[in-house]
Design a protein around this ligand. Structure first.
Ligand code: URA
Ligand code: SF4
Length: 195
């Protein structure tokens, strides 16, 4: 898109009808955060509370992830937070391949404006879409990967989805919550050493 600005991009996404998800949405969830953040966090899709508020990660999962980030020393308001698809899939089903394909270029435009150092992918859907892999999140998490989005090379750090963590709340070492805290702390170190 020529002459792209945050405002124009946000307006364009707000009007988008490129996949059928527009028909059932109440609000487009573009994403939010500082326009110069070095970290882009990418979730799967808006849920019910995101759809009704127009904001990402504000439901139960989002609040749980926000709390874990704080515990790891990351402030939610320092990150730019968005999703692979910007409209809620009915009944919170996973977004379909075609929907992801139709929507991904908006995220590429966000990357073009934001120019982050690192992308945190939350769960299988964004991790697999951005790294073009079929590997699952348990295999992918725990390290940085090289990825590319919108023609930009980026470090990618996959983490478990908070909905999964809410069903597996043990804090014991080696369990998903402890692993996620490790991932988030590694992210803090990464940002500190590369900026
Ligand atoms: N909230 C979001 O916006 N995305 C998710 O993937 C989960 C919760
Ligand atoms: Fe457009 Fe994405 Fe919403 Fe589909 S999910 S209508 S591609 S903004």
């Amino acid at each position: 898109m020529a002459d792209l600005s945050w405002l124009k991009l946000k307006e364009a996404v707000g009007r988008c009808r490129k996949c059928p998800l527009w028909e059932t949405r109440n609000n487009v969830v573009f994403g939010e955060g500082p326009e110069d953040s070095s970290v882009l966090l990418v979730g799967e899709a808006p849920g019910a509370e995101e759809d009704s508020s127009g904001r990402p990660f504000v439901g139960r999962s989002g609040r749980f992830l926000t709390d874990l980030m704080a515990e790891a020393g990351l402030k939610r308001e320092d990150l730019f937070i968005s999703n692979v698809v910007h409209c809620r899939p009915p009944g919170n089903r996973n977004p379909k391949k075609g929907e992801i394909k139709a929507c991904l270029h908006w995220l590429e435009d966000i990357v073009g404006l934001l120019r982050p150092q690192v992308v945190v992918t939350v769960g299988n859907v964004p991790s697999q879409a951005i790294m073009d892999t079929k590997e699952g999140i348990s295999t992918l998490r725990g390290r940085f990967h090289r990825g590319s989005l919108g023609g930009m090379d980026l470090a990618v750090r996959p983490i478990f989805h908070p909905a999964y963590l809410l069903r597996n709340r043990s804090r014991e070492e080696g369990r998903p919550v402890a692993s996620t805290l490790e991932d988030l702390r590694a992210l803090v170190d990464f940002v500190r050493t590369t900026s």
